[in-house]
Design a protein around this ligand. Sequence first.
Ligand code: KG4
Length: 340
Amino acid sequence: MADIILGIESSCDDTSAAVLRDGALLSNVIASQQVHKDFGGVVPELASRAHEQNIVPVVSEALRKAGVKPEELTAIAFTRGPGLLGSLLVGTSFAKALSLSLDIPMVMVNHLQGHILANFIRQADKPVDEPSFPYLCLLVSGGNSQIVKVTSPLEYEILGQTIDDAVGEAFDKCSKMLGLGYPGGPVIDRLAKLGNPDRFHFAKPNIPGLDYSFSGIKTSLLYFVRDEMAKDPQFLENNKEDLCASFQKTLIDILMQKLIRAAKETRIREITIGGGVSANSGLRERLVAEGKKRGWKTYLPEFKFTTDNAAMIAVAGWFRYKTGDFAPLDVAPVSRMADY
Ligand code: KG4
């Protein structure tokens, strides 16, 4: 009998449901919440309410698109954390209710594990080039920046991580500072394509080992822009593209420097990226270029699977489902997960 997994993702501001049959994706529906746009960031209370409104229609649509009836489901995979607690509660409670009513098991998934396994999302009509184990994943999102050694679908070791801000936060905060809007990553990415990445230089952190730091670069950009604006009030307006290109290049340099070191130290040549920032065109190009230069085999998640989605939760859940590691009905979501 086929394994038909329903994946549910509700960790932040996207309500998503996906259906997977024996590892092949049948549907992936995402309802993104527009209600946060005016606030310059996600408002947790509004996010929970929007999830509550979206969850039933999103799951129904995912089942309809997949051509699967609820009674045909084998298991439900849901995001347990990390994320916003109120948002996670909606997905978790929905998973419990459905699991009870259909009498099928639930599997809990670490959201970050989903991003790490995004390269395993196989669409029924397309073969996928899957990384071989062990591989390194540069996991870069709004809440995390980590280099993870992935030994098997369920075994992870964090080799390095940010000691302060995540790289996505650096994109978002600096975009806000420059008056470019939220979320910052896509805006900076777009403007960076039009600018000169070597025009301005920002100080890079000097952090030991494989850890990262992204809080200093924010300050560096802030002081630089403030000083230039004092000399020329039009500076920002006239140099937006070059500022974005140079700032983005600095972030990518910081990310790549440690990733190259991790690859050397572990002698692992299978390299992937995941998380929202893995949508960044500059980072994607650089990873491929470094891979060619260094003899790595590199894997980029499909653009649509870089941001939050339930397809990656269903895939991660399927791997866990196969081990028989089911979640108890008293499981509670968690906003933070220090480990995998
Ligand atoms: O993984 P994600 O969707 O949510 C979590 O943080 O879990 O990541 C969101 C982050 C935001 O910081 C956003 O600015 C960033 O991903 N992002 C990008 C791009 N698209 C999204 N950063 C750089 N370039 C992009 N094209």
